[in-house]
Design a protein around this ligand. Structure first.
Ligand code: GLP
Length: 241
């Protein structure tokens, strides 16, 4: 496991954007696994800047997002569809058919999960997976539990996740109770993983990821088994390691 401890959020964003940029320059048809949440926002901003300067071409890039809430439409400002288009895809030259985000407003969730899994299999492996980490150690929406799902699945969000994510909604009652998430299997199959974390709320789960045991009760701890993982942290998130 490679660990970068950087001075601030801007440096985390630059480092992550530089890794993605190198990936795309070296392999223009890269398959990227993408995350949402507040942490990768700066990274997306930097990548958009590089694209606007003509340094990065996204015309052959394929993306798979980790997750989406169930029960809110794609045009809802807190949906991950809205987040991704607004903060990233709308500013790039990506082909629409190369963008994959699990649909969260569908009736037949089971079918949606199967179709997403099918699409993931068609690319065989993600070249570079970006993840954040939840305060309870979740990755995407793979929540702590006695068992974890390998494949794309429907998940009931934990109370602590609903509470953590309620900062983006006007009240905790508005936060969806369920989500569709890529399974830990596809995440762990990625050739490379970068995990970003900043701020004091991430210090405990990051300590577990670096020094703790591997446990389904802290899904992010599974990355210890991966051969090519890079943690990109600020001093606060790294304070216990
Ligand atoms: C959400 C997302 C995760 C993300 C996590 C942390 O629950 N499903 O992919 O890593 O939040 O978010 P933040 O970066 O805002 O702390």
């Amino acid at each position: 496991m490679r660990i970068y401890v950087l001075d601030n959020y801007e440096e985390i964003s630059m480092k992550a954007a530089s890794i993605l940029a190198s990936q795309i320059i070296l392999k223009p048809d890269s398959v990227l696994g993408l995350a949402t949440g507040s942490t990768p926002l700066g990274m997306y901003r930097e990548l958009v800047k590089m694209h606007k300067k003509g340094i990065l071409d996204f015309s052959q890039v394929i993306t798979f997002n980790l997750d989406e809430y169930v029960g809110i439409p794609p045009e809802h400002p807190q949906s991950y569809h809205y987040y991704m288009y607004n903060n990233f895809f709308n500013h790039l030259n990506m082909k629409k058919e190369n963008i994959n985000i699990p649909p969260g407003d569908e009736k037949s969730v089971h079918k949606v999960c199967e179709d997403y899994e099918q699409k993931l299999r068609s690319v065989s492996r993600i070249d570079l997976q970006v993840t954040g980490i939840g305060t309870n150690g979740h990755v995407g929406f793979n929540e702590p539990d006695q068992e974890l799902n390998v494949n794309t699945h429907l998940i009931d969000l934990k109370e602590e996740t609903i509470e953590a994510n309620s900062r983006f909604f006007s009240s905790p009652e508005e936060v969806p109770r369920q989500a569709i998430s890529m399974g830990m299997g596809s995440i762990m199959k990625a050739k490379k993983i970068i995990m970003l974390a900043n701020g004091p709320n991430k210090a405990k789960p990051i300590e577990e990821v670096v020094n703790g045991k591997i446990s389904t009760q802290l899904p992010a701890s599974l990355v210890q088994l991966h051969p090519d993982v890079t943690l990109i942290l600020d001093g606060e998130a790294a304070k216990y390691i």
